[in-house]
Design a protein around this ligand. Structure first.
Ligand SMILES: [Zn+2]
Ligand SMILES: [Zn+2]
Ligand SMILES: [Zn+2]
Length: 141
């Protein structure tokens, strides 16, 4: 598990004004500590905020370097909190994601060392996604 700062710190660091929707969405991520889809977030805060506001907030968070997109084998877009070094329009995530087949949560596993890939000559990587699936710590307990 990661140690993330409180929601107000996130917003301050990224020059975002504190709004109830931003606070509520950040809290959803901090409380669950897993990747969340738009639909998951609506389940948490959908009574208070409409779809469009939630959508705009997620997009702004991704641009600002607060959330990163997480691959999910279902093709659904999920987001997870960025580690502290992401900047606006410049994500520095380079970690493995793990999807649990039982609880369907997707976790960021930033403590794992990624393997060195030796590409054939002439190939250059711009983006990479590492997604593993299996059963998570909680489900195996
Ligand atoms: Zn990021
Ligand atoms: Zn699980
Ligand atoms: Zn991640």
């Amino acid at each position: 598990m990661h140690n993330f700062p409180p929601p107000t710190e996130f917003l301050k660091k990224h020059d975002l004004r504190k709004t109830p929707c931003r606070m509520a969405i950040l809290e959803s991520f901090l409380n669950t500590q897993t990747a969340l889809s738009h639909q998951n977030i609506e389940e948490f805060v959908g009574e208070e905020f409409d779809r469009v506001t939630i959508y705009r907030t997620l997009t702004a968070f991704e641009e600002k370097g607060i959330l990163h997109k997480v691959p999910d084998m279902s093709g659904q877009t999920k987001y997870a909190l960025c580690e502290s070094n992401c900047e606006e329009h410049q994500h520095k995530e380079n970690h493995v994601h793990f999807k649990c087949q039982k609880c369907e949560n997707v976790y960021c596993l930033s403590q794992i060392q990624l393997p060195d890939l030796h590409l054939p000559q002439g190939y250059k990587v711009e983006e990479a996604e590492f997604l593993l699936s299996g059963t998570c710590e909680k489900c195996n307990f």
